[in-house]
Design a binder for this molecule. Structure first.
Ligand SMILES: [Zn+2]
Length: 126
């Protein structure tokens, strides 16, 4: 079992989770999903050489996960663009198509009250 999987498993324990959140608490970053304020981001992603070689933004091994809700840097960015730049939450009569939906962003979009939310992925059931 990889170390990140072990950490994720250990954080299901409420006492360990509370200690983990206290350890990473700070004022450098704030998650727009859960409001958790931290001094750093959690390590996320996979280390594929091609992603490093092509310098793909929002992919590969990086420091970009929220310690509290598990959201990624990419889904937090999409959420902020939808909410603040496109102001889509002010036009909830509209529909939204979410390709390759990330879990935290998907939950937030479902709760936002769009008239229609459609998502799909080649490899995800449901
Ligand atoms: Zn969060």
């Amino acid at each position: 079992m990889k170390i990140r999987s072990l950490v994720r498993f250990a954080l299901r324990n409420p006492l360990l989770r509370r200690a983990h959140l206290r350890l990473h608490a700070g004022e450098a970053f704030e998650c727009p999903f859960c409001g958790y304020r931290s001094k750093d981001w959690a390590s996320i992603g996979l280390d594929f050489p091609v992603l490093r070689e092509k310098q793909v933004v929002g992919a590969g091994l990086r420091e970009g996960g929220c310690h509290s809700c598990g959201s990624s840097d990419r889904e937090r960015l999409v959420w902020v663009v939808i909410k603040d730049e496109l102001r889509m939450l002010e036009r909830l009569g509209s529909s939204i198509l979410h390709v390759a939906p990330e879990q935290v962003l998907s939950e937030r979009l479902l709760a936002a009250g769009f008239e229609r939310y459609v998502c799909g992925d080649l490899y995800t059931e449901g």
